[in-house]
Structure formats: structure tokens, C-alpha cells
Design a protein around this ligand. Structure first.
Ligand code: NI
Length: 149
């Protein structure tokens, strides 16, 4: 059995964060009626908000010098700077550079957040740890998961 001591055990650690953001789902190539039919309340032209919950899971072996996969302090700073500062209390359609020109669905959002976090996690852990998964809940009942595939 792999153990933490020999550095072979693969550990998954997670951090939960929360952000609020406004958006509108609207395909400019469609009529207003079709947008309302497909996107429902999310097509409201004067925007609406969601309270998002996100779980960031990082995997890797334990660093024998720290006992950590990744320092939670570093992970917190990274998520704050790369994601929350850019999204929290913002309009996803208008304020967020990495969502420009994209439909602001939770699916598109999760892929863009992956692109921001994964290279930085590798960088700060010297490629020992990688992003394993992201989970974003848009409502209590609806959520997306992404594993970088
Ligand atoms: Ni919505």
C-alpha cells in the first residue's frame, strides 16, 4: 500500500469558496423569443445574480519538507487573486475579461477557471501537484464538475 512516508500516496485536498456574480445568457444570433425559450429566466435582459459555491481539488504526493500537497495558505491566495478578485460581485458578461465573447454558462465558466488555476498550481508546487477537479454550484440544485479533459 502506498504511504505518505515514501512519497507515493496520492492525496486530494480541497478548498471551498463562494462568490456572487451577475450574468445573462443570451445568444445574439437568435431571436429574443428563442433566447427566452432556451435560457428562461437566465435570458432576462436586465441581468440577474447567482450565489456560486466552488470546490477546488488539488492532487499530489506529500512534500516531505512540509507534509503538504500544497500549502493551503498559497492555495487560498491563488484562488483569491486568480478567480475571486476577478469574479466576485462582478457582471460575468461585462466585467470579466476571460469571459468576453463567451456565453456565461457555468460550463464555460468552469473551463476558463481551470485554465487560470491549473498552470499556477503546477508553478507554485514545482509540478508536484496538479489541479484534479473543479466543482461549481450555480444554485443549490445545479452544478458542474470539470476534470480538465
Ligand atoms: Ni443565471
Amino acid at each position: 500500500m502506498p504511504s505518505v512516508i515514501d512519497g507515493k500516496a496520492m492525496i486530494y485536498i480541497s478548498r471551498d469558496v463562494h462568490f456572487c456574480a451577475a450574468h445573462k445568457l443570451y445568444n445574439e444570433h437568435w431571436s429574443k423569443e428563442k433566447n427566452e425559450e432556451v435560457f428562461g429566466a437566465c435570458a432576462n435582459e436586465n441581468w440577474h445574480g447567482h450565489n456560486f459555491d466552488m470546490t477546488v481539488t488539488v492532487k499530489g504526493p506529500v512534500d516531505p519538507e512540509t507534509g503538504f500537497v500544497i500549502n493551503f495558505k498559497d492555495l487560498k491566495k491563488l484562488i483569491n487573486e486568480e478567480v475571486l478578485d476577478k469574479l466576485d460581485h462582478k457582471n460575468l458578461n461585462l466585467d470579466v475579461d476571460f469571459m468576453h465573447g463567451k456565453l456565461t454558462s457555468v460550463e464555460n465558466l468552469i473551463v476558463e477557471i481551470w485554465k487560470l488555476l491549473d498552470p499556477k498550481i503546477k508553478e507554485i508546487t514545482n509540478h508536484r501537484a496538479t489541479l484534479h477537479s473543479l466543482k461549481i454550484k450555480e444554485t443549490n440544485k445545479n452544478y458542474a464538475e470539470y476534470y480538465g479533459e
